[in-house]
Design a protein around this ligand. Sequence first.
Ligand code: NAD
Length: 418
Amino acid sequence: MPEQANPFESLQAQIDDAAAHLDVAEDVIERLKHPERVLETNLTVEMDDGSLERFVAFRSQFNGDRGPYKGGIRYHPDVTRDEVKALSGWMTYKTATVDIPLGGGKGGIVIDPSEYSESELERVTRAFAKELRPLIGEDRDIPAPDVNTGQREMNWIKDTYETLENTTEPGVITGKNLASGGSEGRVEATGRSTVIAAREAFDYLGKDLEGATVAVQGYGNAGWISAKLIDEMGATVVAASDSSGGIYNPDGFDPVAAKQHKNETGSVVGYDEAEEEITNEDVLTLDVDLLIPAALENAVDGDLAEDVTADVISEAANGPLTPAADRVLAETDTIIVPDILANAGGVTVSYFEWVQNRQRFYWSEEKVNEELEAIIVDAFDALVETYEEKDLETFREAAYVVAIQRVVDAYEEAGSFP
Ligand code: NAD
């Protein structure tokens, strides 16, 4: 069982590591280690049988120095206040890493959505949207999907907000479906940036992506799209997993067919092109060229990291490696493209969605993908420049150095109030 690092402490440790390479006063760094505010609310919602049930929900607004708070809403039974705070901090440094004019926020409801009907989930979501209403808005805080939420929940939140505000403001939320003001390319965006980042890392190492072997842990939105796109780039997906277990075929398998199998049966396990069943831990430690962790935080701890052999890890998930795992892997040649760059495609196309909503003018999928490619490649180049210039130990440190400096610059330019 991997060590359960407190994600908020992990975030703060990452900021401290990066701050050691920056010429920024300690009191300013202290400010950057804590959210500006956190909403904790109890939602009392009527169930289909007429009974009432209470759900705890959070929204953390971590930092707005560079623009409105931005970040997803997660539905999961293990959501905690510290997890939401950490995720909102990672959003702050993610939007800064890719240099889009947004801050960082995150929300979550402590709920296992598989135990509730669609109408119950709609009432829970609308109750949360009502609580969020004074805090959100297209110039204030713009939520988005995360684990176990998607276009359906985003449309409910938008509709609740617009109804209560008596307005039309599609830019209050992103990750909507196209009919409600969503963007082309949003669904694929996180997987797309994960594989662009992996491709750049292979280039940096002088390694060929063509024929490289890939393992993907987690086969939801981020994981399966990464698998599909990396396969299209010529790599070979040999292993994948979800919460029910893992599958493996050393000769590779069709990631789209594996997804179809998961759609039909609920899991990748049992997909007949990859008959060998392996554990989730095996997927993380297979002898592959590229590992894409795309499930939840803390998937790899210090002990498991000893057995990780991939040359490149592109973090589709947020915080998949504990700080102890990072320390172990820093001693090896493994290149880790950190979450705040690798999975930033989601928030970048959310930003494009918001831009399009505000302009009431919509882009083609081709334009979205071109703009995304440019932003991720620029962010990767800035990371490598800082990594080399400052002779840093890891790409993660380099990303935080770049991002923290950008947030500090915005804060110091603005001066403090009051
Ligand atoms: P999702 O709910 O669509 O998929 C999660 C997947 O992980 C599922 O297949 C689930 O079965 C699997 N999983 C859960 N526990 C597992 C375990 N112990 N081992 C293996 N698999 C396990 O969620 P998602 O949107 O793909 O998000 C996955 C990660 O990517 C999260 O960390 C999320 O914060 C991050 N992320 C997502 C987006 C996005 O746009 N979807 C953007 C940025 C970051």
